[in-house]
Structure formats: C-alpha cells, structure tokens
Design a protein around this ligand. Structure first.
Ligand SMILES: C[S@@+](CC[C@H](N)C(=O)[O-])C[C@H]1O[C@@H](n2cnc3c(N)ncnc32)[C@H](O)[C@@H]1O
Length: 220
C-alpha cells in the first residue's frame, strides 16, 4: 500500500436517517480528531503500530479514517455501549475497505483482558457535554453527548485503564472540551506516568474543542 499523508473523510453515505436517530452523526469533534491524527501521522507511523482501538466508535468514521491510511498491517478494534453503533461501525469499515471488530460493551469491560498491553493507538471521543449526572447513559442519543459533572463522568472511568491497555510505545488520543478541565486530565495522567500534548484546538460555535495526545514518559 502506498503511504499517503492525507486522511480522506471516510464514505458514510450508507448511514440512514433512522441510524442517526440512534447513533452519533459524524460532527466537528469527529473531524477534529481525524485532523489531529492526520497531523500526527508521521509520529504514529514511526511507532509501527499493529493494534488500534477506538472506545465509543459511534458511526466508526474515526477508526475507519485511521485504518484507511495505516492499512491492513494493523488490526482495528472498537467498542460502543450502543449495539447499533457497533454494527454501523463495522459497515463503515466495510464500505471503506477497513476490517473492524466492534464489541458492544461499557468502555473496555469485555475486551481489556484480551488486549492488555497491546494497544498501540487508543482513541476516545467521549460524551463530553456538561450535564446533570442523571442524564448520563439514559438512552442511545444521551450516550453520545451527556458527560455529567464537568462532562467527565464517562471519560474519567476510562483513564485508570489506559496504562493497562497501551503497549510500551502506545499513544492515546483524547477529544476534550475546555469545560472538561484538560489541565486536570493532564495532571491525572501525568501522575500515572504519561506526558500530554495538546495537538489541535478548534472553536465551533460555543464549543472549544481540543485533542490531547498522551504517551508514556520517556517514549516520545
Ligand atoms: C461523542 S460520540 C463519538 C462517536 C464517534 N467516535 C465520533 O467521533 O464520531 C461518543 C460515543 O461514545 C459512546 N459511549 C458513551 N458511553 C459509552 C460507554 N460507557 N462505553 C462505550 N461507549 C460509550 C456513545 O454511544 C457514542 O457512540
């Protein structure tokens, strides 16, 4: 496969309006995460990744975008709490020539034992909107955005698993909002042995979005 350094937006024309009543429509945050991966592609390639995992795949556009440039030497996995998102993710992969195994589970609950220490690229665009805690996990669409206190209630549950998931050269790309307190997230991860870099920021309407990249200290 020829190496390209631009990531094409995957074809997601197979996603129906009925699908979008249940799953997250690819949006500015999805595209910002793809743009950050494109910006970091040389850094990712240098690490010769062989296993990529996206938590909360939704439509599957982000993991598919990465798969379309890294090619079949990598294995692609995804998880989502919403079964419809898992099947749409697999379809999006198929429509763009990327084979994705997507598991319906809470964060990484049903996969962590199998993939411990093997993930070279971990991706998460979490439900990040600040909401009352009661709104978190109330239905398919609430799953996509409701983040509870500081928009962190779902994301904070993944952070303790990152160290166990990542391979020694593993990278973790996380989409956050200013209100999520990125400095605090960086300091939590710092205390677990990770360094943090903000790769990209974008203001879209009222949202101040950014993509953080974490890697083990000393592995840059
Ligand atoms: C903001 S959407 C992002 C979707 C997709 N990754 C994108 O960037 O377009 C968040 C996704 O996380 C999923 N999600 C929410 N809570 C989850 C949980 N506890 N475990 C797994 N997935 C979850 C939602 O169903 C939704 O697909």
């Amino acid at each position: 496969m020829d190496q390209v350094d631009k990531i094409k937006t995957p074809d997601f024309s197979h996603i129906t309006s009925e699908d979008l009543n249940h799953i997250y429509e690819p949006s500015e945050d999805s595209f910002l995460l793809i743009d950050a991966l494109e910006k970091d592609l040389a850094f990712i390639r240098k690490r010769e990744p062989t296993v990529c995992l996206e938590v909360g795949t939704g439509s599957g556009v982000v993991i598919t975008a990465l798969g379309s440039v890294l090619g079949p030497r990598c294995q692609y996995m995804g998880t989502d709490i919403n079964p419809r998102a898992c099947s749409v993710t697999q379809e999006t992969g198929r429509a763009n020539g990327v084979n994705i195994a997507c598991v319906c589970t809470d964060l990484v609950a049903n996969v962590i034992d199998r993939v411990k220490g093997t993930i070279d690229v971990l991706l998460f665009n979490p439900p990040y909107v600040v909401t009352p805690s009661e709104e978190v996990g109330q239905g398919d669409l609430e799953y996509t955005w409701a983040g509870g206190v500081k928009g962190r209630e779902v994301l904070d549950r993944l952070l303790p698993s990152v160290e166990a998931l990542l391979s020694p050269k593993g990278l973790f790309y996380l989409l956050v909002l200013k209100e999520n307190d990125p400095e605090e997230i960086a300091s939590i991860m710092e205390s677990r042995g990770f360094s943090c870099e903000c790769l990209m920021r974008r203001r879209t309407g009222p949202e101040n979005l950014m993509v953080l990249r974490f890697c083990r200290k000393g592995s840059q």
